[in-house]
Design a protein around this ligand. Structure first.
Ligand code: FAD
Ligand code: NAI
Length: 475
């Protein structure tokens, strides 16, 4: 006899597991199915984010930054360290342990919230009176019946045509997070978020890293003043970045990878490296879900088509996260999961796409929310800009980390904050004040009048707000 649930969630990434927990909190009977396994076949809920994304990349970024600091910056503090050596297996082992803690944390949260977990692949079998038949195959073999189904099956790395990932020479984010040794030379195709974060990790650990980007502008998605600063700083750190390139046919041997390409001037070039990370975006993942069996509608790029409420073309079938439109970010997936569970429960959950922050965890970090100068100009919005450099911030000087600035863009007439762009230390944390202000539709003057603790990096945000009105106090 099939097990019955109010809600069955397929996928336990940040979209799925959070939706399952919220639905259970609201009194529904909930099951969550996830196929991800550890090397020894145990369940590994948490999706891309936990297993091969946000969490492991941040663990490696932290470890490699320590290595960079001890090798190049401790002496500025009068600390001389001799005989520094790298134990890569331990560094990667620590990252794996952090991932495991998060997998186990999610299993604990499922128990705590009475979410029934099934380890296996979920697929649509049929629509029967009163619900959807969902088949689980793999470690668990079950037939479930659900009133509502939430699809949160995430995304997979996009390969270059004709160049499949072997995770030894041609690496996706998965292989790039677990290299057995530091390559002498590493190529990266795509100067997006993964390329810059993982390129930085391996550069800090000793690889010579070359990044090849198709777009003429570096970090075209960011405010261009921030992007210019980032290019300057990352290049100075040793990342070799070329934009405006066209990649030719990549050749792989047992020892190396050769990437022929045309550079921005049209000249033919060739790059030979030990390994190559291909980070050119991700594609929605719906394989094996039984999309055709039930007629779930996908768009031309393979995303599940949803409306603003995450409703698909099928009754009581919903979808959230990377498998639907919008930024491929864990916090966007989570917000959609919460809002959707609340709507299924008859409440009014909603996600404000205008205040979803973006962060790139390079050093310095890059973070923004709202619109940038290019976008405001294109939209013909009359705005004022105020900037403040970390060079003039006492805490940044004490930290020895004065790169970058905070820039606030506010409406010229109403002073409402329209966008905040930060490059500098702890930008990932600083951006949350900007998100809060924008969520409340606050003005630059609101930030300027808030008391910020001294000495903190957050004073740079306050000073940038003062700069909008041309009245900085410390610059
Ligand atoms: P996923 O996390 O992809 O989870 C989907 C889950 O569904 C997986 O466990 C999969 O196994 C399972 N699944 C798929 N099909 C089935 C099926 N038929 N049956 C059962 N289970 C199934 N975002 C950030 O916000 N911050 C970051 O710092 C960040 N860093 C990243 C670093 C890297 C290297 C990468 C690759 C991504 C990063 N992201 C980051 C993006 C983030 O990981 C994704 O946006 C997020 O994981 C999407 O969540 P999701 O729940 O939609 O899908
Ligand atoms: P991305 O979209 O950030 O960057 C891909 C880059 O590759 C772009 O700059 C693009 O112009 C370039 N590109 C595409 N085709 C190319 C080609 N043929 N040759 C050369 N360059 C090419 O995608 P990325 O880095 O793969 O990351 C995937 C997703 O994961 C992103 O959408 C991001 O949101 C998410 N992510 C988020 C992180 C964070 O929030 N800190 C960290 C890592 C990933």
């Amino acid at each position: 006899m099939a097990k019955q649930f109010d809600v069955v969630v397929i996928g336990a990434g940040p979209g799925g597991y959070i939706a399952a927990i919220r639905a259970a909190q609201l009194g529904m009977s909930v099951a969550c199915i996830d196929a991800w396994s550890t090397a020894d076949g145990k369940p590994a809920p948490g999706g891309t984010c936990t297993n091969v994304g946000c969490i492991p990349s941040k663990a490696l970024l932290q470890s490699s930054e320590h290595y960079e600091q001890v090798n190049h910056h401790f002496s500025e503090h009068g600390i001389e360290v001799k005989g520094v050596s790298l134990k890569l297996d331990k560094l990667v082992g620590r990252k794996n342990a952090v991932v495991k803690q998060n997998n186990e944390g999610i299993l604990y949260l499922f128990k705590k919230n009475k979410v029934t977990f099934f380890h296996g692949k979920g697929s649509f079998a049929a629509y029967v009176d009163g619900g959807w038949n969902i088949k689980v195959s793999g470690a668990s073999e079950e037939n479930l019946v659900a009133k509502h189904v939430i699809v949160a099956t995430g995304s997979s790395p996009r390969a270059l045509p004709g160049l499949p990932f072997d995770e030894k020479k041609i690496l996706s984010n998965d292989g790039a997070l677990s290299l057995p040794s530091v390559p002498k030379t590493l190529g990266v195709i795509g100067a997006g978020v993964i390329g810059l974060e993982l390129g930085s990790v391996w550069r800090r650990l000793g690889a010579e890293v070359t990044v090849l980007e198709a777009m003429p502008d570096f970090l075209a998605v960011a405010d261009q003043q921030v992007a210019k600063e980032a290019l300057k700083v990352l290049t100075k750190q040793g990342l070799k970045i070329s934009t405006g390139v066209k990649i030719g046919e990549v050749k792989t041997t047992a020892k190396s990878v050769t990437v022929p390409y045309t550079d921005a001037s049209g000249a033919e070039q060739s790059l030979t490296v030990d390994s190559l990370i291909v980070s050119i975006g991700r594609v929605p993942h719906t394989e094996g879900l039984g999309v055709e069996t039930v007629g779930l509608k996908l768009d031309e790029r393979g995303f599940i088509v949803v409306d603003d409420d995450c409703k698909t073309n099928l009754p009581n079938v919903w979808a959230v996260g990377d498998v639907v439109r919008g930024p491929m970010l864990a916090h966007k997936a989570e917000e959609e999961g919460v809002a959707l569970a609340e709507r299924i429960a008859g409440q009014h959950g909603h996600v404000n796409f205008a205040t979803i922050p973006s962060v790139i965890y390079t050093s310095p970090e890059i973070a923004w929310v709202g619109r940038n100068e290019q976008q405001l100009k294109t939209a013909g919005v009359d705005y004022k800009a105020g900037s403040f450099p970390f060079l003039a911030n006492g805490r940044a000087r004490a930290l020895g980390d004065t790169t970058g600035f905070v820039k606030i863009l506010a409406d010229a007439k109403t002073d409402e904050v329209l966008g905040v762009h930060i490059i500098g230390p702890m930008a990932s944390e600083l951006i949350s004040e900007a998100v809060t202000i924008m969520e409340f539709r606050g003005a630059a003057e609101d930030i300027a009048r808030i008391c910020h603790a001294h000495p903190t990096l957050s004073e740079a945000v306050k000073e940038a707000a003062l700069a909008v009105d041309k009245r900085t106090l410390n610059f």
